[in-house]
Design a protein around this ligand. Structure first.
Ligand code: FAD
Length: 471
């Protein structure tokens, strides 16, 4: 083939990239393109969305690297179904290469692009890159998709070992990039204004260099992961999710580290990465989970919660300190620790009795690492409506969670500074303290910090009846 085009989407890197490796290998020369997809961007109402900054950081890094090889990233804004065929015609491309994306919209879009190009006799190639095992690679004894995580994980590991733990590395020979100059390149053209967004700050720096640096740094504390991963104040998880979501890292980069040593910390981390593959597989196989409960009987739940309680949850004003801290952290940084995602999701659905879809949508707007498969999986797990979800009668007690996972209130003090002077014991339920203690702590409940908006015990009973009604 004379000229190939590699279309990058959620794989914003130039190393260990399956589609790019193939596009470079199969053609005399290769172009790389990125489309700002108007159908996705139109749905982002916050024009200060920090995720756009992360994408820009990544694209700028890519452009610098391409420039070193006399090339430049082709950038467009519009509907990819129209823009990709235009690029193919303009540059007389013979073959399009991209990596699989398992989200329902992306799947439809890619099928459409492929159909259009094939009708024009342009070849189309696509690859598994985003996950380690995809689609129907891991099946149970009846050749069906696993719906329970532990046997899936066991089969995943068995398959991996049977392949002698071989982790492919897709090295990209950038010397074969097409020599082009692009006046509307990502460094010189004001793309931010063109796509209708504003310059904003992000707590993370995007791009592969930063991602690989963080991966290397995580190696210093991965041994503690099993014990420390549940304590938010320790910050002992990798914090790589936004990078793997943008594809600044490859999944193989992560797995290479995860299997480096035979140690509980490494093994537990690998297990989390396998959860990621699991949820991607579920979304691909059961796309209805995007809008519906995986277990359809739960679609008839009559959610009893109030809109005002949802607003308090969003604002971190529920009167439950750990929940409020987690939500304030999300609102400020776009990040939230996994334990706290479970706590606030359980709280929204089983204490405030609010439909998980509202929480899922709020997370989708705020999370820097927002990923439809993992987010949907996490929400449906917490709400007991998903695959291998916790049983509906398992309801996190927000006070116990707080005492167990933030025993000294370090995390709460950081995000709810008005509670900072309460004792380690009182900080989890400050409304239970006497007025004297509240005055001493400089925080009167109901004045400086809200009373709990609902009572946990009563809501627990209501949640059980709400779920039982549809069983
Ligand atoms: C309600 C809810 C919503 C969630 N929404 C998202 C989301 O939108 N995007 C997202 O990437 N993760 C989501 N998760 C999973 C998990 O909370 C994050 O992946 C994790 O907190 C990211 O932090 P880390 O990179 O330090 O993870 P680490 O603990 O270092 O784990 C390593 C990597 O494994 C993957 N991973 C870890 N846990 C899970 C999991 N339970 N499911 C799928 N992948 C996992 C992530 O890619 C993560 O970066 C959600 C979990 C819940 C309970």
């Amino acid at each position: 083939m004379k000229k190939s085009l590699c279309w990058i989407r959620r794989d914003l890197r130039l190393h260990d990239h399956y589609a790019l490796r193939e596009a470079l290998h199969e053609a005399d020369e290769c172009l790389v393109a990125f489309i700002f997809d108007e159908l996705i961007l139109d749905k982002l109402h916050n024009k200060n969305d920090p995720r756009i900054t992360l994408i820009f950081d990544s694209l700028k890094e890519i452009e610098h690297e391409l420039n070193k090889h006399g090339s430049s990233l082709i950038v467009r804004f519009g509907n990819p179904v129209e823009e990709i065929p235009k690029i193919v015609s303009e540059f007389k491309v013979d073959g399009l290469f991209f990596n699989h994306d398992y989200e329902p919209y992306a799947h439809r879009r890619d099928t459409e692009v492929e159909k259009i190009l094939r009708a024009k006799n342009v070849e189309v190639f696509h690859y598994k890159d985003h996950v380690f095992y995809e689609k129907k690679e891991i099946l149970n004894g009846s050749r069906e998709i696993y719906k329970v995580f532990t046997p899936y994980k066991n089969k995943w590991l068995e398959t991996f070992r049977a392949q002698e733990e071989h982790i492919p590395e897709y090295k990209c020979n950038l010397k074969k990039l097409s020599e082009i100059k692009n006046s509307k390149n990502i460094l010189d053209h004001d793309w931010l204004t063109e796509i209708g967004f504003l310059e904003t700050e992000c707590v993370l720096t995007g791009g592969s260099k930063e991602a690989l640096k963080r991966l290397e740094n995580f190696e210093n504390f991965i041994t503690n992961y099993k014990e420390a991963r549940d304590i938010p104040a320790l910050e002992q998880t990798s914090n790589l999710s936004a990078y793997i979501r943008m594809g600044n890292l490859s999944i193989r980069d992560m797995i290479r580290l995860a299997v480096e040593k035979d140690n509980a910390g490494y093994a537990t981390w690998l297990s989390e990465i396998i959860w990621r593959d699991f949820y991607q597989m579920i979304l691909e196989a059961f796309p209805h989970v995007d809008k519906h409960c995986f277990r359809e009987e739960y679609d008839s739940i009559k959610w009893l919660g109030k809109k005002s309680d949802f607003e308090s949850w969003c604002d971190g004003q529920t009167g439950y300190p750990l929940v409020d801290s987690a939500m304030r952290c999300l609102n400020t940084t776009g990040m939230m620790h996994n334990r706290l995602r479970m706590v606030v999701a359980s709280f929204l659905t089983k204490t405030l009795l609010i439909d998980w879809r509202l929480g899922e949508k709020y997370f989708a707007e705020k999370l820097l690492d927002y990923d439809m498969a993992a987010n949907n999986g996490g929400w449906q797990w917490s709400a007991s409506t998903g695959v291998d979800a916790q049983p509906y009668f398992r309801i996190f007690n927000p006070y116990n969670q707080s005492e167990k996972f933030d025993p000294k209130g370090i995390y709460i003090r950081q995000w709810c500074p008005e509670l900072a002077n309460f004792s380690n014991k009182s900080i989890h339920s400050p409304h239970d303290t006497e007025m004297e203690e509240q005055l001493g702590a400089g925080c009167v409940i109901g004045h400086n910090y809200p009373h709990p908006i609902v009572g946990y015990k009563l809501q627990r009973d209501r949640a059980l009846s709400m779920y039982k009604a549809v069983k």
